[in-house]
Design a protein. Structure first.
Length: 182
């Protein structure tokens, strides 16, 4: 069910900074489904930056912003909800957002549970609060994750790198702490 939802969201997205969706494969890992997209030789943004640490960082940030602008100006808007370096691929020095497994179309959030969805170190504090979790599926959620991704890009490390476990990040967010700019 989640795989089909991701495919439905991803299939309608057409932008140079969004990784293209090619289709669904059901025989390769039967009974699991695989979503197919083009192979990117340069890999994820994290892999690319490890090999090219200072290569065009402004262009990288702008590519991500262009993708978010596209997603958020669709009608209804699409919220990625798991933006981070591992979900951005690089091809010929163009960054493309990928992995729409946690994404939501803003109008289709009524049936969500209050369980946090995403990668904790990039999630906004309201995503962990039972009362506000459903309301966190709006473009500002991606902008918080974008800020954490910019920290990741410039430090070549994940947000809250000084905290060893993800649960510690949740506790830090609950106490009002935010990822630190280097």
């Amino acid at each position: 069910k989640d795989c089909f939802r991701e495919a439905i969201v991803w299939k309608r997205l057409q932008h140079k900074n969004i990784q293209p969706f090619l289709g669904i494969e059901h025989e390769l890992y039967d009974p699991s489904l695989c979503l197919i997209s083009p192979w990117r030789e340069m890999g994820s943004l994290n892999q690319f930056l490890k090999k090219n640490p200072m290569h065009g960082l402004i262009d990288v940030v702008l590519d991500i912003l262009h993708a978010l602008d596209y997603l958020h100006t669709l009608e209804p808007p699409v919220v990625h909800a798991d933006l981070r370096g591992g979900n951005i691929v690089n091809d010929d020095h163009t960054c493309m957002v990928t992995d729409f497994g946690v994404s939501r179309i803003s109008q289709s959030i009524r049936n969500l549970t209050a369980t946090p969805h995403g990668t904790y170190r990039w999630m906004p504090p309201e995503a962990f609060n039972e009362e506000t979790a459903k309301d966190s599926y709006h473009p500002p959620r991606d902008m918080y994750s974008f800020a954490c991704t910019v920290i990741e890009i410039y430090t070549n490390d994940h947000p809250f790198s000084e905290i060893k476990h993800d649960n510690g990040v949740v506790g830090a967010l609950a106490r009002g702490r935010r990822a630190q700019w280097p």
